[in-house]
Design a protein around this ligand. Structure first.
Ligand SMILES: *[C@@H]1O[C@H](CO)[C@@H](O)[C@H](O)[C@H]1NC(C)=O
Ligand SMILES: *[C@@H]1O[C@H](CO)[C@@H](O)[C@H](O)[C@H]1NC(C)=O
Length: 492
């Protein structure tokens, strides 16, 4: 690693010329007062508080899933925590939401350890358990953003108690669907609620700027046509409003996890930004530079294994350096941003929605013939598959019952032009989702992909009664597996 870093520094000098190198050194000297702080922290963590010039740095990190087959989301979040701590943020300023069922999961080959890269170190150690298990909720997430302690239920009580000069970084990694993000608890998060909370936070005058990094399928739909300019918020998303995002470091792909891992270790967009931030002096890299680099890596040369990273909100903020939100690791002081770097690994990836199947399949494949484990894996695989087939079929049938065989797919598959939100009447969307789930079972993480079809029903004027009738006819029963359980998904 040291040799690699040294090599890249040499390359950097070769590319930029000695004068550019000198300029960096001069800037380092000018910034001496803030650097001085590192002398007073024997562990090498320097103080990113620096109230006078840049305000306090705050962060909220949220993994929205549970289950070992979703290993990667919590691995992403733990990695982000380590990155921010090395950057100099304080534990008291980083609020972590994770279900926390991975490190000591019976499937985890390294008990107590979580990795986010095939060669990565443990990222679990030291991560605070602010909101875990059933406390990972939409309500607590919103309360943490707004800094409203009285609105919390459970958890450590840590919230973003920010002031007008502060900077806030929010990073969310999970499954999603058009207009929604997953949570390990019920209900899931709707885009319009999130936007309202961000507007409220802005109205309270308690931040200077806010950066939101979002990994999820169809994550563009969370901000598309919804996040206005003028809130001092800059968001980037793993995918546009109509495509999947991708897991990476998955079994059977390249690069693959160590052989004892039957699950994906990370997500493509997430590891792209973190592995970039991990190695650079973040005073010399802007949000825009990182966006460009992450966009290229996540597109995977426009192969089928990739998505389109998008940006929303106040794009002008992306001229800010990353240091303002993430701090910087003093060990990277000499490693400034280079346009093309070693991050562009050849990589295959797995559609987020298929990562659970990969896990069950690997588990099945490796288990000894006739073992209880093999039977369990087979059951899990079949349950996941029957849930998918049931949901896909039911949505299609509801469409046909409402619009006729000819017109149904036209209505269900409509995509509104870029810049327009998924739906105008979000209350209608909520109602139709609940109505469908009561009769057909939970959409659960896979079924979130059908949110656009349900939104299109609202846009076409379908109301609760029509939906109830069509769902009732389409679903005389639903599979008894855990995926369909009404404890999952949206139904309240
Ligand atoms: C905080 O949350 C409580 C409970 O939901 C609510 O009554 C109160 O108005 C909130 N305070 C602010 C400042 O938004
Ligand atoms: C960066 O380079 C300077 C000058 O070569 C050197 O003194 C310093 O130790 C280096 N810092 C790190 C963190 O490697």
């Amino acid at each position: 690693m040291t040799r690699l870093a040294a090599g890249v520094i040499l390359l950097l000098f070769a590319l930029c010329g000695i004068s550019a190198g000198r300029r960096d050194l001069v800037e380092d000297v000018i910034r001496l007062p803030s650097e001085m702080a590192s002398f007073f922290h024997p562990d090498g963590v320097h103080d990113a508080k620096d109230e006078d010039s840049t305000g306090t740095k705050w962060a909220i990190l949220l993994a929205g899933s549970s289950g070992y087959w979703n290993y990667r989301h919590q691995a992403d979040i733990c990695h982000a925590y380590q990155l921010l701590r090395k950057g100099g943020l304080r534990e008291e300023n980083i609020v972590v939401f994770m279900y926390d069922d991975i490190a000591y999961n019976e499937e985890n080959p390294r008990p107590g350890v979580i990795i986010n890269n095939p060669h990565g170190e443990d990222v679990y150690k030291g991560v605070p358990k602010d909101y875990t298990g059933e406390d990972v909720t939409v309500n607590n997430f919103f309360a943490a953003i707004l800094g409203n302690k009285t609105a919390l239920t459970g958890g450590s009580g840590k919230v973003v108690d920010s002031g007008p000069n502060d900077h806030i970084f929010i990073y969310y990694s999970d499954h999603g669907g058009p207009g929604v993000l997953g949570m390990p608890t019920n209900p899931y998060l709707y885009a319009d609620d999130l936007i309202d909370v961000l507007k409220k936070k802005h109205a309270s005058g308690s931040y200077k700027s806010l950066v939101f990094y979002l990994e999820a399928c169809e994550s563009g739909s969370i901000f598309e046509g919804l996040l206005p300019e003028g809130l001092n918020i800059y968001a980037t998303t793993a995918s546009n409003a109509v495509e999947s995002s991708w897991g990476t470091y998955c079994p059977g792909e390249y690069p693959s996890p160590p052989p004892e891992y039957d699950t994906c270790l990370g997500d493509l967009y997430s590891v792209a930004w973190m592995e970039d931030s991990d190695m650079h002096n973040l005073r010399t890299e802007t949000l825009h530079q990182q966006y460009q680099l992450v966009k290229r890596r996540t597109a995977s040369d426009n192969s089928v294994y990739g998505s389109h990273v998008m940006q929303y909100g106040d794009i002008g903020l992306s001229k800010n350096d990353l240091f303002r939100y993430m701090g910087t690791n003093p060990a990277n002081d000499n490693y400034t941003f280079v346009e093309e770097n070693t991050l562009r690994l050849p990589s295959k990836a797995v559609n987020q929605r298929d990562a659970d199947l990969i896990h069950f399949w690997q588990k099945y494949r490796k288990a000894p013939d006739g073992s209880a484990r093999k039977i369990e894996a087979q059951k899990q695989f079949v349950e996941a598959m029957s849930h998918r087939m049931h949901i896909d079929h039911s949505i299609k049938l509801v469409g046909k019952l409402l619009f006729g065989i000819e017109k149904a797919s036209e209505v269900l598959d409509t995509v509104r032009p870029a810049g327009q939100p998924l739906v105008d009447d979000w209350a209608c969307l909520r109602t139709l989702v609940r109505t469908f789930e009561r009769r057909c079972g939970s959409l659960s993480q896979y079924g979130m992909k059908h949110m656009r079809s349900i939104a299109n029903l609202c846009n076409a004027g379908i109301g609760e009664e029509q939906m109830a009738e069509a769902s009732g006819q389409a679903c005389l029963s639903f599979p008894s597996g855990p995926w369909s359980s009404l404890d999952k998904g949206f139904a309240a």
